[in-house]
Write a protein that binds this ligand. Structure first.
Ligand code: ADP
Ligand code: MG
Length: 265
């Protein structure tokens, strides 16, 4: 089942011009307004210890991602892809440099502010789905909406509509253990989108799937991007990157290779 139910995915996306002082009216997803900006970002893990010879996981990276873009981050295992994604997501903080997402300097937010920021602006999906096995599909999806303050009624309506759009509406009352990998990843995507984040981040989203399911998830992500959803996809699969992202950023040993990072010289 590769076909998506047709419909305006962009209905689910906030377009506020990235807090750049625009009026916030009108769709801006076709423009190249900056959604993500990294300036000279370096990440060293504490566990590498003071004076350790371990190189930084991310090393002086500058890049920008515009609203509506689909960007693939590619590189070998251990090259810093997940670290980079976690810095963009506000799940981790840089050791140096600045991270600006949707007009906010997230590297200097307090933990509480950062959690609130993530809930509103960022959706993330992972290789192993990270669903809560004790909750039904629907409850998995509506949990972030309730945490963000939506009423259960509002959240259920939104979860139901997203699950329909992901093609798994009939599984809303089931538990994740009953679903295939591809179906679980669809649940994870619905959960990531429930608060209409500007940014959808995906860390090896097809890494645990067979190739047919992986392709369906890729198609789904591409449809979401065509509807205006900004997408950053970490993968080491060149087929996925080429087929589903308009731009590829290559990272090797924490360094961005070439001029593909979208930072004008
Ligand atoms: P990738 O996602 O490209 O495989 P990662 O970002 O996970 O790469 O890792 C980049 C480097 O940082 C690797 O050398 C890895 O061992 C190291 N690293 C990742 N996470 C941690 C951590 N929590 N503590 C210490 N080192 C880490
Ligand atoms: Mg990784």
């Amino acid at each position: 089942m590769t076909a998506l139910p047709s419909g305006p995915f962009s209905l689910w996306i906030k377009h506020d011009g990235g807090g750049r002082g625009t009026t916030g009216r009108g769709p801006t997803f076709a423009s190249m307004d900056t959604l993500v900006q990294l300036e000279k970002v370096t990440k060293r893990y504490d566990s590498s210890g003071p004076g350790s010879a371990a190189p930084p996981a991310v090393d002086n990276v500058s890049m920008r991602i515009g609203y509506g873009e689909a960007v693939a981050i590619m590189g070998p295992s251990g090259s810093g892809k997940s670290t980079l994604l976690n810095l963009i997501a506000g799940l981790d903080r840089p050791s140096a440099g600045t991270v600006t997402v949707a007009g906010q300097r997230i590297d200097r937010l307090s933990e509480t502010a950062l959690a609130r920021f993530r809930a509103r602006h960022v959706g993330i999906i992972f290789q192993f789905f990270n669903l809560l096995d004790d909750l039904t599909v629907e409850d998995n999806v509506l949990l972030p909406a309730q945490l963000a303050g939506a009423s259960r009624r509002q959240a259920r309506a939104r979860a139901g509509e997203l699950l329909e759009r992901m093609g798994i509406g009939e599984h809303r009352d089931h538990y994740p253990a009953r679903l295939s990998g591809g179906q679980r990843q669809r649940v994870a995507i619905a959960r990531a989108l429930v608060n209409a984040p500007e940014l959808l981040l995906a860390d090896e989203p097809t890494g645990a799937l067979d190739s047919a399911s992986g392709r369906e998830i890729g198609d789904l992500l591409r449809e979401l991007n065509r509807g205006g959803q900004t997408l950053v996809l970490v993968t080491h699969d060149p087929v996925l990157a080429e087929r589903y992202a308009a731009r590829t950023v290559r990272i090797v040993d924490g360094l961005v290779a070439g001029a593909a990072a979208g930072v004008p010289a």
